[in-house]
Design a protein around this ligand. Sequence first.
Ligand SMILES: Cc1ncc(COP(=O)(O)O)c(C=O)c1O
Length: 379
Amino acid sequence: MKSIDRRNWLRSAAGLTGAFALNPLYADGLAMAPVSEAERAAKPAAGPMPVKLNANENPFGLSPRAMRAVQESLREGNRYPFGEVAAFREVLAAHEGVTPEHIHLGAGSGHLLCQSGIAFGIQGGSVVSANPTFPILMNYAEAIGTKWKKIDLNDRLEHDYESMAAAVSDDTRLVFVCNPNNPTGTLVDPSYVKSFCETISKKTTVYADEAYVDFLSPHQQMSMTELVKKDMNVIVSRTFSKVYGLAGLRLGYLVGRPDLIKKVTKVGGSMEIGRTAVVAAAEALKDQEFVQQSREKNKSARAVLTSFLDNRKIFYGKSETNFVFFPSPEQGKKVLENLQQKGYLIRIYEHKSTEWCRVSVGTEAEMRGFVAAYASLYS
Ligand SMILES: Cc1ncc(COP(=O)(O)O)c(C=O)c1O
């Protein structure tokens, strides 16, 4: 189907339902889909359950309060959670200092990225992002005929904001920024990113993915929601999958000007959210002690890996998150297979024609095990 036909098809009511038939692509864009030739080629090893250092999850579990809420919610598993979703929307609005009309909840922020990719991609034109970054929104926009302008990261593995600004043209529907960035873990000074978003949002919509902001120490945490409060052309997405540890339950949300939120909700609402997810997120938000402990434990466990890389003088992206990105020591396929034999799952990415490892931060014991396994393979 030509992209213009596809857009017409998507515009029809039947087509909008059909847009969700694209959901396998969404699932593919999530952590388990291959992101490189190495991942496509590597053969999975048989054996006991490996240590999962491949999906940037919280290895410290989830808040016990959230777990209790999930157990209690099962009693009402026969009822749709419409009331709970609406109530939590209000809680999040108060938490962010905006109105409920500024908030849209989704079954994970990945789902919101997919809805936004369709909502903005349906107009054709182009979207601009760094490369590599978290690609779901652009995958969707591209699948329905939008041009994806990919701007390589700089040598520090950070977004090259100047080149991204230069890539914006009259037909640019959206600019995607991810700070800190996945897969590199790098953070660009949020005040700089804020002024970039301010300038660019005068020309087009800016989507700021803040999935990993919660890993920053509180004094570093400056959210682009400040710009939403000033009525700027900016959408922010947040997730409960990372520091809050609810990846398996699926809850994320957007904060944006009501007209932008409406544009996204035209493509899909919040119907996919389950009762367990919404009650867990509501409790998890209250348990900031769990968040702080996860943040601190992540920092010490991450230091096990970064000290190892420092000792070996291996370059890596300065990570402010729960993963670290460094050059692959040999052909990526072999690295994946060798590490899997030792019981560890990681990811391999391509950046500027070379292969890179992305290793998620596990517990401190898991990271000690990982560096020992890595050292035994690559001395
Ligand atoms: C930058 C970024 N945004 C969004 C997501 C999607 O997360 P979720 O759908 O679990 O909220 C991820 C997942 O790894 C991510 O790394």
